[in-house]
Ligand binder design. Sequence first.
Ligand code: ZN
Ligand code: ZN
Length: 374
Amino acid sequence: MAKDYYGILGVKRDSTADEIKRAYRRLAREFHPDVNPDPVAQEKFKEINAAYEVLSDPRKREMVDLGGDPLAPAGGGGGPAGGAFVGFQDIMDAFFGTTSSRGPRPRTRPGADAILRLDLDLHETAFGVEAPITVDTAVVCGTCSGAGTAPGTHPQTCEICGGRGEVQSVQRTFLGQVVSARPCSACQGFGTVIPHPCGTCGGDGRVRTRRTLTVKIPSGVEDGMRIRLAQQGEVGPGGGPPGDLYVEIHERPHDVYSRKDDDLHCRVTVPMTAAALGTRLTIKTLDGEETVEVKAGTQPSSTLRIRGKGVPHLRGTGRGDLYVHLDVRTPTRLEPEQERLLREFARSRGEEVAELSKQGGFFSRMRDAFNGHA
Ligand SMILES: [Zn+2]
Ligand SMILES: [Zn+2]
């Protein structure tokens, strides 16, 4: 495997000669055996010098950029150990340079949105309510404030990738040598490792908790609507900025009213006689009671409209209407006296009413009429 010389110096692949020189000087000062007698530091110092030797020489640097290793032992070649297969994507990446400048990924990332269902009664959706909600989301860990490290400790630069967050490998393919970069498995691409993770969050920087919020539901909301509470969603990994919380309104079915947009509908049963003679009805509305007039001669399936007694409009002023659907009910059972009166009524209107108990009544004559025997 070719050494990642850019990673060792912590510079980008497109760095200028000057940037490389500055990075080298800084690291050399830090790891010079005179200041840092630690054997690991001495090893590091050698690496830094080798990397600078390569990258400060335009000819050697070009070899590195083509995937080679100018310092590799003769015949070493830099081929894949065990002839690992190089995927087509790797080759494309190498040709189009998509892997060259990714760098370490940040530990802190934005959190996800959360959604919560809120069941409300018609009264609440119509007139609004302040509803307490219980939210179960990730919040910033109180012990480490999102850093993920145990108190008094810090993340350390990953030794495997030198802080780049990715490791490069050079492989031989039918197209020649190909450099491919993969996220560093030692640090998951972060470029740093947390040697002592926070005991509370395990290094994630966030913990799940349950909290109670009050959400203000405006009047006139509808089933399925979502109310956005900014930044009340999930806190991101590493204590990243929280997403939003959406409260989705679900309106419970009402015993009496069904809702269509901002109009309400209800059904009221009216006896046949009341429909014929006219009457007054007291209707329960969302706000109280309303007296409406059923005109004499009202037909089955008639509708009364009570203006402004529906649901308030969410935007603007005004309200929907309440529609009262009238079910005109025919009596199912008549006392003998009632039947006599009804027959007399029919006779007085010249209506023919058959006696169903007798043979050859109304329906039999109807059938004869259809068959042309009348
Ligand atoms: Zn790493
Ligand atoms: Zn923590």
